[in-house]
Design a protein around this ligand. Structure first.
Ligand code: GTP
Ligand code: SPV
Ligand code: MN
Length: 622
C-alpha cells in the first residue's frame, strides 16, 4: 500500500509555500486525495533550479551542455491527439463541428474515475500560473492552477507561463481560476491510437476545468498553453463577449528610418511557420532599414480598447515551445540564439549524444553527424546499433521541440510585457498549400477577411497524431482548439474586430510560403527571412504607397512593388506566386461551399462574402 498525502502534512506544505488562497487550497486537497499522490509540492519560477537538479539526479532529464537540458517522452506520446481531445459543457448547443463536444455530465465522471489513485506513489506538483502579462485587462481570464504528477511537465510550465503563488493569492474572487488537472497515467498501457485508447484530454469549458489523462507531451500536458490559453480562453472570450483567443503569432516590424512600428498577428496551422515568422531576421539587404521584433509565436488574445478604437493583442505565454526540425543558422538563427548555452532550454525528442551532450535534429545540418559515436535517436536507440532496415529512420522525432522562455529570444520586443498589448495593423492567415494560394493577397473588407480565415485550407503536419499531409480546412488555424460552434465563432469575430473604429480596423491578408513547382517540387518562394518582403508590401498597401492588383480573392502585389533586393527568384517562379490560378480557384469554391454549409447559424455576412468571391471568380476569363 503506497502512502497517501497526510492531511496535516498537506496543510503544512501549503502554509510553507505561502499558498493562502482558500479556494486553491480546497482544490488541491480534493485532487491530492483523489489521485492518491504521496506528496504535494507547490512550485513556481523560483523552484526551477532545484527541480532541474532533482530531475537530472534521477535521469528524467539529461544535460545538453551548459544550462541546456534534454528529455525523451514515451515513444507513443509525441504529439497532440486530436481524436482524444474533447470540449465538454452542460449545453448541447455548444456542440460544433470541430470541438468534439460531449456532455460534461458524461465526461467529468469518466475522466475523474480514470484519475482515481492514478498518481499513487508520485508527487503532485501544484503550479499556479498567469497566462497574460501581469496587469493586463484580460488577466482575470488568465489565472490558473495546474496540478501535475510529472516533474518534467512542471519544468515546462515554468518556462511557458508565469508561475508562482503570487498569481493566485490575492485574487478579488478567490475561486476564479482555471482548474487544470494533469495525470500522466501508465503510458505503456493506455492503448494509444488503438480502439482501446484510454486517453482523455477534456476541457469542461463552462466549469473552467481541464482534465487531461494519458500523456506527458506538449499541449496534452502543459495545460496553461493550449487547453487554457486557447480552448478555455476562446470559450471565455465568447461567453463574455470581450475578446478573441487565437492560435496566432504576434510581431512588430520597425522601419528604422521613420521609427514607425507596425504590429501584425496571424494564424498558421500547427508546425506551419508561426515561430519562424516571429523570430525572423530581416534579409541582409533590408537589415539596415527594418527590424522584426517578437511578441509571441503561438497564442494571441485580442480585444478592442474603446478609448482609441484600436484592436490590441497580448501574447499570454511566457515561453516558446518550438518545432526543432529544419531549424538552423540559415532558416532561423534567432531560434538557435534562444536555445544557446545558459538559457535553461529543454529539448524534447531530438537526437542526443551521451558522450558530448550535443543535440541534433533533421535539418540542423544538411547531414547527420558523420561520427555516430555516442549518438542516440529520439527513442534512445544507439545509432551505431541500428539495423540496415532502420537506417532510413529519422534521428529526431518530426515533432521534437525546444522549450525556452521569451526573455531568451534574441529579437524579443523591448515592450513584450506591456500589459495593454500592442495595437494591431494586420491579421494574416496562411498554411502549407502546395498550389493555388499566392504569396500574399490582401483583403480590406471585414467579412471577407473573416471568411478567408474560416476557409483556411492547408496540409496538416506532424504536430498532431495521424494527420500529417492531409489537406483540410483549419479555420483561423483553430481547428484543433475550437471550443464552441463555428457559426457563433464567426459571429464573435465579426463583433470583436468590427468594434474597432473604422480608421483603426486591421487589414487582412492570406499568405503562403509553401507553393511548389508542380514538376520538381521545389519551393517557389525562398521563405523564412524573405517572408518579410511580403509583409512590407502589405504595410505599404495599407498606407497607400502601393496599389497592387485587384483579383477576386484579394489584392496581390504587382511584381515591381515587391522589394526583392538581394533575393534570388526566377521570373517564372515569381510570376507563379503572384498569379491567381482560375481553374483551381473555381474548384475550390465548391469545396468551400460544402465546408461552410457544415456550420449552423453562420452569419449572413459570411455567406454574402462567399457569394461575392465566387461570382468574381466565375467572371474571370477561362
Ligand atoms: P506550432 O508550434 O506547432 O503551432 O507551429 P508553428 O506554426 O510555430 O511552426 P514553426 O514556425 O515552428 O514551423 C514549423 C516548420 O515549418 C519548421 O520545420 C520550419 O522549418 C518550417 N518553415 C517555417 N517557415 C517556413 C518557410 O517560410 N518556408 C519553408 N519552406 N518552411 C518553413
Ligand atoms: C501545436 O501543436 O500547435 C503546438 C504545440 O503549438 S502543442 O502545445 O503541443 O499543441
Ligand atoms: Mn501551435
Amino acid at each position: 500500500m503506497k502512502t497517501r498525502t497526510n492531511s496535516a502534512d498537506l496543510e503544512t506544505t501549503l502554509d510553507r509555500a505561502g499558498l493562502t488562497n482558500p479556494a486553491v487550497r480546497e482544490y488541491v486537497r480534493y485532487w491530492a486525495e483523489h489521485t492518491g499522490a504521496s506528496r504535494v509540492e507547490v512550485v513556481g519560477a523560483a523552484d526551477d533550479a532545484r527541480l532541474v537538479r532533482e530531475s537530472l539526479s534521477v535521469g528524467e532529464i539529461l544535460p545538453a551542455g551548459d544550462g541546456r537540458y534534454y528529455a525523451r517522452s514515451y515513444a507513443k506520446d509525441t504529439a497532440r491527439s486530436e481524436e482524444r481531445t474533447i470540449v465538454a459543457t452542460a449545453r448541447q448547443r455548444d456542440k460544433g463541428v470541430y470541438n468534439n463536444w460531449r456532455p460534461s455530465s458524461e465526461m467529468r465522471p469518466l475522466v475523474t474515475e480514470l484519475m482515481r489513485d492514478a498518481s499513487a506513489g508520485k508527487t503532485m506538483y501544484v503550479v499556479p500560473y498567469l497566462m497574460a502579462p501581469p496587469g493586463s485587462p484580460l488577466a482575470p481570464y488568465a489565472v490558473g492552477v495546474e496540478l501535475t504528477d510529472h516533474r518534467t511537465v512542471a519544468l515546462h510550465m515554468i518556462r511557458m507561463a508565469r508561475c508562482g503563488v503570487e498569481y493566485v493569492n490575492d485574487l478579488t474572487e478567490p475561486g476564479r481560476f482555471v482548474r487544470g488537472v494533469h495525470v500522466t497515467g501508465d503510458l505503456p498501457n493506455l492503448g494509444q491510437g488503438t480502439p482501446d485508447d484510454q486517453r482523455y484530454f477534456v476541457t469542461i469549458a463552462d466549469e473552467r476545468t481541464i482534465l487531461h489523462y494519458g500523456s506527458s507531451y506538449g499541449g496534452n500536458a502543459l495545460l496553461g498553453k493550449i487547453a487554457h490559453g486557447l480552448r478555455q480562453a476562446s470559450y471565455d472570450g465568447w461567453v463574455s463577449e470581450e475578446f478573441l483567443a487565437e492560435q496566432f503569432m504576434l510581431i512588430g516590424i520597425t522601419d528604422k528610418h521613420t521609427g514607425r512600428t507596425w504590429h501584425i498577428c496571424g494564424g498558421f496551422p500547427s508546425a506551419s511557420g508561426k515561430t519562424n515568422l516571429a523570430m525572423m531576421l530581416a534579409p541582409d539587404s533590408l537589415g539596415d532599414r527594418y527590424h522584426v521584433s517578437f511578441y509571441g509565436d503561438d497564442i494571441a488574445w485580442l480585444q478592442v480598447d474603446p478609448a482609441d478604437g484600436k484592436i490590441y493583442a497580448i501574447n499570454p505565454e511566457f515561453g516558446v515551445f518550438g518545432v526543432a526540425k529544419d531549424t538552423n543558422e540559415v532558416t532561423n538563427p534567432t531560434a538557435l540564439g534562444s536555445v544557446a548555452p545558459g538559457t535553461g532550454v529543454l529539448f524534447t525528442n531530438v537526437a542526443y549524444n551521451e558522450l558530448t551532450q550535443a543535440v541534433w535534429w533533421e535539418g540542423r545540418t544538411p547531414k547527420p553527424p558523420a561520427d555516430v559515436t555516442g549518438w542516440r535517436d529520439w527513442t534512445g536507440q544507439l545509432i551505431s546499433e541500428r539495423s540496415a532496415d532502420e537506417a532510413g529512420k529519422t534521428w529526431a522525432h518530426p515533432n521534437s521541440r525546444f522549450t525556452t522562455t521569451l526573455a531568451n529570444v534574441p529579437n524579443i520586443a523591448s515592450d513584450f510585457e506591456n500589459p495593454r498589448g500592442v495595437p494591431i495593423d494586420a491579421i494574416i492567415f496562411g498554411g502549407r498549400a502546395r498550389d493555388r494560394e499566392p504569396l500574399i493577397r490582401a483583403i480590406t473588407d471585414l467579412a471577407e477577411g473573416v471568411y478567408d480565415g474560416l476557409t483556411l485550407g492547408a496540409e496538416a503536419t506532424f504536430a498532431a497524431e495521424g494527420v500529417d499531409g492531409q489537406l483540410r480546412y483549419d479555420p483561423m488555424s483553430m481547428r484543433p482548439f475550437m471550443s464552441y460552434p463555428e457559426g457563433a465563432y464567426a459571429g464573435h469575430w465579426l463583433r470583436i474586430i468590427g468594434a474597432a473604429a473604422n480608421a483603426e480596423r486591421p487589414i487582412f491578408a492570406h499568405v503562403n510560403w509553401f507553393q511548389r513547382d508542380s514538376e520538381d517540387g521545389h519551393f517557389l518562394w525562398p521563405g523564412y527571412r524573405d517572408n518579410l518582403r511580403a509583409l512590407l508590401w502589405l504595410m505599404q498597401l495599407k498606407e497607400g504607397s502601393v496599389q497592387g492588383v485587384q483579383t477576386p480573392v484579394g489584392i496581390v502585389p504587382a511584381a515591381a512593388e515587391l522589394n526583392l533586393e538581394g533575393m534570388s527568384i526566377s521570373a517564372k517562379d515569381l510570376a507563379r506566386v503572384l498569379s491567381i490560378d482560375a481553374p483551381r480557384w473555381r474548384a475550390e469554391m465548391a469545396h468551400r461551399g460544402r465546408h461552410l454549409a457544415q456550420f449552423d447559424e453562420l452569419p449572413e455576412e459570411i455567406w454574402a462574402a462567399h457569394r461575392r468571391v465566387a461570382a468574381a471568380i466565375d467572371a474571370l476569363p477561362e
